[in-house]
Design a protein around this ligand. Structure first.
Ligand code: UFG
Length: 322
């Protein structure tokens, strides 16, 4: 049985579906602070906080072989406002989970890490061996969690994979689950809100970045590609007695302006675009070099930006139009 923390959230729910489709049994642990119970359509569900001592009850009830740890707060902007909230949940509460895993002899762990650990990278595409210099509390909270895992693995009888996601986007092709944050801060769903008429306009945060068109460049990766990488990483942990860290991205960068153009193309809608101030904590460019995971696990992303936006648009229409 695989324990999936945060499995009622966006990336956790998509991975939980993929795991069950691949024949794994799962138990989702989520306190529903950000997630949705109706996103847990596969496997078991237990409403617990992964930072609570009571989490032991889940380990007593189920025969857990490994943990996929999605549970975390993930808004860069909010983390700048509320750093303690991020260090407590993303770091301290993960230590609680690790302690309980040790108690029950569970020794396989996959961390949802992030490109935000790199800060403003020295060179792009970014390889895993670049220096980690996070520029916001969210990135920093994941950076120290990675360090805790490194130390834990060094102690022995414990292996982990840290997956550094670039910009997760897109939705389940069956529209059974999708991206739904409250409040929404991510670019693609916000631009889709403008396309569907839920907001009057979309604001571009900063037009003077050191990029070709002055707007931030990101590497958008379909959530189902991320889900598949977790399965590959879990199989790696089952077969090899080692730990590792991998970037997860498409290796292609798109600017905020290019995303807006793609949304206009896919939806056929016009809407107002405002040029706004920079948002604090945003690096200029984040593009993954995902060669390492391709070489080591044979993982290759399947979906391009147009497919990402199309799948997100279908989900958007389902929840806001039907
Ligand atoms: N943006 C706008 N207008 C908006 C919203 C966003 O211009 O209304 C811009 C942002 O400033 C940024 C880009 O669009 O330049 C992407 O922003 P998102 O909020 O969608 O994503 P981030 O790159 O800030 O962060 C995401 C995840 C993080 C993760 C990071 C890694 O939310 O958890 O990707 O690349 F760390």
């Amino acid at each position: 049985m695989i324990l999936v923390t945060g499995g009622a959230g966006y990336i956790g729910a998509h991975t939980n579906k993929a795991l069950n489709q691949a024949g794994y049994e799962t138990v989702v642990v989520d306190n529903l602070s950000k997630g949705y119970e109706n996103f847990v359509k596969w496997g078991h569900f237990e409403n617990y906080d992964f930072g609570s001592k009571d989490l032991r009850e889940v380990f007593e009830k189920y025969d857990i072989d490994g943990v996929l740890h999605f549970g975390a707060f993930s808004s860069v902007a909010e983390s700048v406002e509320l750093p303690q909230k991020y260090f407590k949940n993303n770091y301290k509460n993960t230590i609680n989970l690790l302690q309980i895993m040790r108690e029950f002899g569970v020794n396989k762990f996959i961390l949802s890490s992030t490109a935000a650990v790199y800060g403003n990278p020295e060179k792009v595409p970014i390889t895993e061996d670049q220096e980690l210099k996070p520029i916001n509390p969210y990135g920093h909270s994941k950076f120290i969690t990675e360090k805790a895992l490194e130390r834990e693995a060094a102690k022995g009888d414990f292996n982990y994979v840290a997956l550094r996601y670039f910009n997760a986007a897109g939705c389940d092709f069956d529209c059974e689950i999708g991206e739904l944050h409250e409040p929404e801060t991510h670019l693609i769903p916000l631009v889709l809100d403008a396309a569907i008429g839920r907001r009057d306009s979309i604001s571009i945060f900063g037009t003077d970045y050191n990029t070709p068109d002055g707007t931030c460049v990101r590497d958008y990766i379909h959530v189902n590609d991320l889900a598949k990488a977790h399965i590959d990483a879990y199989e790696y942990l089952c077969n090899e007695n080692e730990s590792n860290v991998f970037n997860l991205g498409n290796g292609k960068g798109f600017s905020v302006k290019e995303i807006i153009d793609m949304v206009k193309k896919v939806t056929g809608k016009e809407f107002a675009v405002k040029l706004d101030e920079r948002r604090e904590g945003d690096p200029d460019i984040l593009i993954a070099d995902a060669t390492k995971i391709k070489d080591k696990l044979g993982w290759t992303p399947q979906y391009d930006l147009e497919t990402i936006v199309e799948s997100a648009w279908n989900w958007h229409k389902k929840i806001y139009q039907d």
